[in-house]
Design a protein around this ligand. Structure first.
Ligand code: FMN
Length: 253
């Protein structure tokens, strides 16, 4: 399996919910597992554990069955949920680029056996496998993304080609709870409170969503030949833009 350049898959990926339930062969699963061990974190002092499990370990709660799941565990530390979003979005793109469907799944719960199998906190599942309809794996046009327009998620001008990848990033219930300020050299990512009803459903997932968007931004910056680094900017933290919560910044040279 290839770790290809992910940039183009940002524009093709989509959540897959209908799977061919035939298990993926062991050699391929091992390659996926090896890739999971190489995911880059934002914060390398936060312990994480990623396990590939079958549906026997998942209480699906109405969600359709998938042949495999990544069970995601993390140490609970400042920034841990954003870190998980950033890390596992690399897996989402890797799977999509290699012909597999995947879907972040916050609704299912782990069985008690799975929960007790790690000393870290259970965070979320990502379902994956071959899509039932192979033709459904990728989007073929940007118009297939149901997303807010760029003007609603940023006040930065002149960096549309970068911000576009954050705009089309996946988020829980598609709430797109992010806002970006700054300039071409540094993009500050903030989380936004979603509407009243969604707020209760997705609160835990908001920092994960922003981590996903930051992952897309970093991939795009590198695609355009920039050296990109995720930093914590004290001024951006002080200027909590319109009451949004500051998460992190992407500094580019
Ligand atoms: C943190 C997170 C949790 C999610 N949980 C679920 C879920 O439990 N069930 C589901 O069907 N989709 C879930 N999704 C998928 C979103 O609904 C999906 O990403 C969003 O609607 C955008 O669609 P797309 O991924 O096809 O671009 C989740 C996504 C994220 C990022």
């Amino acid at each position: 399996m290839e770790k290809t350049e992910f940039y183009s898959y940002i524009f093709k990926r989509k959540s897959i919910r209908n799977y061919d339930l035939t298990p993926i062969d062991d050699v391929t699963l091992k390659e996926i597992s090896e890739y999971l061990n190489s995911l880059k974190p934002i914060y390398d002092d936060i312990k994480t554990e990623l396990k590939i499990v079958s549906h026997d370990h998942v209480k699906r709660r109405m969600m359709k069955e998938a042949p495999h799941y990544i069970a995601v565990f993390s140490e609970v530390k400042k920034g841990y949920l954003t870190n998980i979003g950033y890390m596992l979005q690399q897996a989402d793109l890797f799977l999509s680029a290699n012909g597999f469907g995947s879907c972040w799944q916050g609704i299912p719960a782990p069985t008690s056996e799975l929960l007790n199998s790690s000393s870290l906190e259970f965070i979320i599942f990502i379902a994956f496998g071959k899509p039932k309809d192979p033709g459904s794996l990728h989007r073929t046009s940007i118009s297939e993304f149901k997303r807010k327009p760029l003007g609603e998620i940023t006040d930065i001008t002149g960096a549309d080609e970068l911000l576009e990848v954050a705009r089309i990033a996946p988020s829980a219930t598609n709430s797109q709870p992010w806002f970006f300020t700054g300039n071409k050299g540094i993009i500050h990512a903030y989380s936004v409170k979603p509407g009243f009803i969604k707020r209760f459903m997705v609160k835990k997932y908001i920092p994960i969503d922003v981590g996903i968007a930051i992952c897309h931004l970093k991939i795009a910056a590198e695609h355009f030949g920039k050296k990109a680094e995720i930093v914590f900017d004290k001024t951006a933290k002080m200027n909590n833009h319109k009451g949004h919560e500051y998460i992190a910044s992407l500094k580019m040279e």
